[in-house]
Design a protein around this ligand. Structure first.
Ligand SMILES: [Mn+2]
Length: 173
């Protein structure tokens, strides 16, 4: 069965090394690498070559896009940091963004909390923060997403690329 696999990180807040390390670890082995903002790196940094990246509220470089919609195979991925959709207070606006893109998956960040949930057909994924986690799961994480014809599986990994199995979630497509 054909599958699409991609890596998602967010909120690295100046930690260039982890972005470079994740890229090095996965480049050529997955179908895409995503960063959901608040890298605090220049938008023309060489590390972004081969990474889909958006602007966070701590990125002042005008070279970043606020939103990206990327198609990998038959999977439509809508990506944004989240602050522009007021996700601290509500999900409605982020949901509208995902709906308007007809997204299978909506990637966001900003909250520094790993989370994955489904609304309608769209699976919303926050990979957590690779550098500054908040909340009860105080582990620096990123996500690896595997999409098949009928499933979307979200696995979380630690900075040393070890599976953090407690957070794995599986959704129907
Ligand atoms: Mn942040």
């Amino acid at each position: 069965m054909a599958s699409t696999r991609f890596v998602v990180m967010s909120d690295s807040h100046g930690d260039r090394g982890i972005v470079e390390d994740i890229k090095k670890h996965y480049q050529g082995k997955v179908d895409g690498i995503f960063h959901n903002g608040d890298s605090e790196l220049p938008s023309d940094a060489p590390v972004w070559d081969g990474i889909y990246v958006v602007r966070g509220n701590c990125d002042y470089d005008a070279g970043y896009k606020d939103n990206l919609v990327t198609r990998l195979g038959n999977v439509v991925i809508a990506q944004t940091h989240g602050h522009l959709y007021h996700i601290n207070f509500m999900w409605d606006r982020l949901d509208l963004f995902a709906q308007s893109a007809d997204a299978d998956i909506c990637l966001y960040g900003h909250l520094h909390r790993a989370d994955a949930w489904q609304n309608g057909k769209t699976v919303f994924i926050n990979p957590g923060s690779v550098s500054q986690p908040r909340g009860p799961i105080n582990v620096k994480l990123y996500a690896l997403v595997t999409v098949t014809d009928d499933k979307i599986v979200v696995d979380y990994y630690t900075r040393d690329h070890q599976l953090y199995p407690e957070l794995t979630k599986e959704f129907s497509r």
